[in-house]
Design a binder for this molecule. Structure first.
Ligand SMILES: Nc1ncnc2c1ncn2[C@@H]1O[C@H](COP(=O)(O)OP(=O)(O)OP(=O)(O)O)[C@@H](O)[C@H]1O
Length: 585
């Protein structure tokens, strides 16, 4: 299965530990068989009152084998677990590196609670692949072959019986377990996904559910789902235990067989009765080593499912052409918009974009030019496509048609990280992490003195905030206006000659907004700035205003030009002035 190739690759990188664990495991397995065989022989020999030196040699051998077995088992566990956790950490890192660039597309298609639980669960499932899928067969074959060769010295028929027993425990029992597991595992997976989605939604929507009187009903539903999951998991566990019981049953059946064959052979004088206990114990110990085979198919199935879903999660969005083709081999050029470089020019030519699953275009044949150091505002009714333009500029999504150029370089050829690193960005929803204000402002590890950061806070009208103030998860203890001002401060603390701002002041009162924008424009005086906004106040300072409606640009011009034209913008401005109780234009 090609999805498991990534696992095999990670395993190859840990080959030293893997080989060491196989070697130690083989020594531990064969030492175990030898230990119990020697013990059986020792017990039988004592009946015949052998010379003391025979007993001393046998007892020392048992002790030595016991020591070798324990030491090599320890070595095996150490090396195999070290390999497993290193493989797991490689998988996590490589998976999340692939995941981050395609996140917007994935979130479009999945509910976040399900997605998070699935990703975490699937990556964890893969840790079993080496220990429970790849490793046991190697060990079983090695220990089994040595034991069969040893028993063949005594009897061909006993060796044959062991081979038959091994085939049943290695193939028949696991496949019986697999038939039951297939169905149950699918139910467990579906139920787990359902439960985690519900839990996330209840947590996120807790307040609304409470206010609308839906909380008790949702809680009851959660309890039912949780009980259903527990039942399904119980059934899955019963199946596994059933497999292990079948394994033990076959082991005892084969042991009885060995006993019966040995009894006949001893009666015929083929070998001495003193070896009987040794053969019985060797048989039982050998089957103990293969106990892991009973549950192997279940883990294999689980690993394959997990690998397939993880591969689908990171691959699917890239195939539809609308989501960022991040990290593609073409994206090698870097955007030079850092402090030393010239301010960027931006050009959109006939750009169209449609969200997956939507019937109408979010952007339809949009062409726009932003000169270096110019200030542009995009205005228009809700849903007219303003934020989508920013997504395309940030390479979070890829246009279905048309071209976008930064400094005359097509965005397809630009490395998106260079765009993100050299741009002051404020998106409509900014995320805040649990920590201090300082932690949340200096997110990308910028080094600024506390005085400088405090001055930026002053510029966004947050002079009262202290850098050591605590911010709760998702900024729960901040008002919407405070969040917006912190997000702006975060952007102002970055370097770069390009500003992409999506309604950064929509929750502020007019006075605070005017002060914040004034400070912002002062800092960005030499830079290229694109501001998406709803309100039409303060736009006199912009070089260009772009008016959008239903994914198309309907008007472009400076404030004065648009007002003189008495078109769409003029009407919008008139309505806004009436709303805020001022005289019409
Ligand atoms: N993730 C998405 N999946 C599907 N459709 C989307 C998605 N995001 C936006 N849209 C749709 O695309 C269109 C343009 O959305 P966009 O967010 O760009 O508008 P906007 O002008 O920024 O709106 P607002 O002022 O309310 O933020 C809308 O019709 C919206 O419903």
């Amino acid at each position: 299965m090609k999805e498991l190739a990534v696992l095999s690759k990670a395993m190859m990188q840990e080959r030293k530990d893997i080989l060491l664990s196989i070697l130690c495991g083989f020594i531990a397995g064969t030492a175990g068989v030898a230990l119990f065989s020697a013990s059986g022989y020792l017990i039988s020999q004592t009946v015949f009152a052998p010379p003391l030196y025979t007993l001393i040699v046998l007892t020392s051998m048992v002790k030595l084998l016991g020591f070798v077995r324990a030491a090599s088992r320890y070595g095996e566990r150490l090396a195999s677990h070290r390999a497993t956790f290193s493989i797991l950490s490689r998988l996590r890192t490589s998976f999340f590196a692939k995941l981050i660039p395609v996140t917007p597309g994935i979130l479009n298609k999945n509910r976040s609670g399900d997605l998070l639980a699935r990703i975490v669960g699937d990556v964890e499932s893969l840790q079993h692949y080496f220990l429970r899928v790849a490793y046991p067969p190697i060990m079983v074959v090695m220990v089994f072959l040595s034991t069969v060769l040893f028993t063949a010295i005594f009897s061909f028929w006993i060796a044959c019986l062991l081979i038959v027993g091994m085939l049943i425990t290695a193939f028949v029992v696991p496949n019986l377990v697999l038939i039951g597991q297939r169905k149950i595992n699918e139910h467990v997976r579906q139920q787990r996904a359902k439960l985690s989605t519900e839990v996330t939604e209840v947590l996120y929507g807790f307040r609304d559910l409470k206010v609308y009187g839906q909380l008790a009903g949702r809680e009851q539903q959660l309890q039912q789902d949780s009980a259903e999951l527990a039942t399904q998991q119980q059934r899955a566990a019963t199946q596994l235990v059933l497999g292990q019981s079948m394994h033990i049953f076959v082991t005892y059946l084969v042991t009885w067989g060995v006993l019966v064959i040995s009894a006949f052979l001893i009666a015929d004088g083929v070998f001495a009765g003193v070896y009987l206990a040794m053969l019985i114990l060797a048989t039982q110990t050998m089957f103990e080593e293969s106990a892991a085979m009973a549950v192997l198919p279940a883990y294999k199935l689980d690993s394959e499912h997990a690998a397939k879903r993880l591969a689908e999660t990171v691959l699917e969005p890239q195939t539809n052409g609308h989501i960022s083709q991040a990290h593609s081999s073409k994206t090698h050029l870097s955007l030079q918009v850092d402090a030393e470089a010239e301010a960027a020019t931006i050009e959109l030519s006939h750009v169209s974009f449609q969200y997956e699953g939507e019937w109408r275009s979010a952007l339809d044949d949009v062409s726009l030019y932003l000169a270096a150091s110019s200030k542009t505002a995009i205005v228009g009714p809700s849903g007219s496509g303003k934020s989508t333009i920013l997504d395309l500029l940030l390479k979070l999504r890829t246009p279905a048609a048309g071209n976008i150029k930064f400094n005359d370089i097509s965005v397809n050829e630009l490395n998106e990280t260079s765009i993100w690193q050299n741009t002051h960005v404020v998106l409509q929803q900014s995320h805040f992490f649990r920590g201090t204000i300082r932690d949340n402002l200096l997110l990308s590890g910028e080094t600024h003195s506390d005085e400088y950061v405090q001055d930026i806070l002053h510029q966004v009208q947050l002079s009262n905030a202290s850098l050591d103030d605590t911010v709760y998860e998702k900024g729960e203890n901040l008002s919407d206006g405070e969040k917006q001002r912190l997000a702006l401060a975060r952007a102002m603390l970055r370097k770069g000659r390009l500003w992409l701002l999506d309604e950064p002041t929509s929750s502020l009162d007019y006075v605070t907004e005017a002060r914040v924008l004034q400070n912002l424009l002062r800092q960005a005086a030499e830079d290229t700035l694109l501001l998406v906004c709803h309100r039409l106040t303060g736009l006199e300072r912009m070089d260009q205003i772009v008016v959008m409606d239903q994914g198309r640009i309907v008007e472009t011009g400076s404030f004065e030009e648009l007002m003189e034209r008495k078109g769409y913008f003029y009407e919008m401005k008139k309505i806004e002035l009436q709303m805020i109780g001022e005289q019409g234009p």
